[in-house]
Ligand binder design. Sequence first.
Ligand code: UDP
Length: 549
Amino acid sequence: QSQEVSQAHIDYHVALQALQDHGTRMVCTGKMHTDRICRFDYLCYCSEAEEFVFFHSNSSVMLPNLGSRRFQPALLDLSSVEDHNTQYFNFLELPAAALKFMPKPVFVPDVTLILNRFNPDNLMHVFHDDLIPAFYTMMQYSDLDDEARLVFMEGWGEGPHFDLYRLLSSKQPLLKEQLKNFGKLMCFTKSYVGLSKMTTWYQYGFVQPQGPKANMLVSGNEIRQFARVLMDKMNITRVEEKDGGSSEDEKGKRDEYIVLFSRSTTRLILNEAELIMALAQEFQMRVVTVSLEEQSFPSTVQVISGASMLISMHGAQLITSLFLPRGAVVVELFPFAVNPEQYTPYKTLATLPGMDLHYVSWRNTKEENTITHPDKPWDQGGIIHLEKEEQERILASKDVPRHLCCRNPEWLFRIYQDTLVDIPSFLEVLKEGMKTKPSVRRSKPASTVHPGRVREPQCQTSVQTTNEAKLTVSWQIPWNLKYLKVRELKYEVWIQEQGENTYMPYILPQQNYTFSENIKPFTTYLVWVRCIFNKNLLGPFADVLMCRT
Ligand code: UDP
């Protein structure tokens, strides 16, 4: 033990010397503040000023060196929510010489990931904005391993889902509030600041109405890998695994069941019991209810991970559909006057390629079946604080118009209604929706392997008459094809006359073809060839061929 202390003592002097000599070093990825993650040696934090500090010395590094553009608007986003003006990160600068006049720094030896949680009270935000991005940011930088320290700078308390954040590493995450306990000046030996946005699929409507992100980069595969790791950490045994290599027959024998996710304080289903009876009868399956209020999160996930169908009111608890087995059905219920097409975080998740979930939505269209709460506080949908005219307009409206986040009173009024689910219309929608349910078997991972470039593309030409010519194009199969079973193999050839801006596309089943229509003598053609697997898996074009007739 004493050795440990003296070791730490030596390290302290080494660290302090390094900070004084070298100052802070920063190297970042990303051209814009919205896609930037920075890695620091000796980034410091002054708890009195509540500011990060960059110490300049002769050998400090700041890349990118943005000058004052660093404040236009910031160096980077601390949360995975893009360009939100409450989530910016920056640091103050000081010369390393100033350290002489400052409190003695405390060094944090752990490799640290510094970020903002966006809304740790809400389970959907916890997963979408924090857990999945942090998980993949840690995977991106290999020194952010199981021993990494997470620091949450948004300034909130632990929140109701802190146990989930604890699963990301073996070390207890630190809150901004707790940094004070480390003294006035703390320095992170090695740290990363910011979160990868690669996995997020939804934008919440700060600048345009909410919806799927414009350029989604994540597939169901990455979501499911994350889910599997999290389930392992929660000690959940998945039903799929328990059954071993479960074939379709065994699956039929297995006890299939439906999960109803119940909310107990707001946005209620008023006739849950009736709904459960109807579902049990219709599908001849057991119906299990779960709720965030009445059981542990791991036990909820355990139940959901073996379900054939998950039914829930629109709401954050539906993020748990990422733990459903492949082939399961997600049924999302919407209160009166709320258009399911406009609020699609869970639909987008369920329909990510490779997620292999089947999504169905139902909407209450009967006004007599809704219970409104005009007297509640504004953030639970109350409207009595509004002017009489505005209240009347909202009450008369049968559809919430498109709106921005987050305090639109008409939206809040409608989304916090309780609903008496009309059983016949619900079963009808469900049966109709199930008709298009594909079998999981069809989407094997191998079917997403793309073709390589076709090899050795060649052209040969001949002139027949003064206005007739032939162009023969041939090529070899892509290199990876010999290792694959491909259902359907096609090639695409584009032929463009040099100088023209249009081209003729052809789809061909074989590896060569002689074109004679529209081929002119003494003309140069540009020819591109690529391979297509199974109708829609496009490969890259081979280098363009210049073919002179
Ligand atoms: N919540 C819950 N039961 C309720 C109401 C809310 O478990 O009756 C949870 C909900 O899943 C979310 C958090 O409390 O994690 C905040 O709910 P809110 O209604 O504000 O958000 P929403 O569900 O609409 O995203």
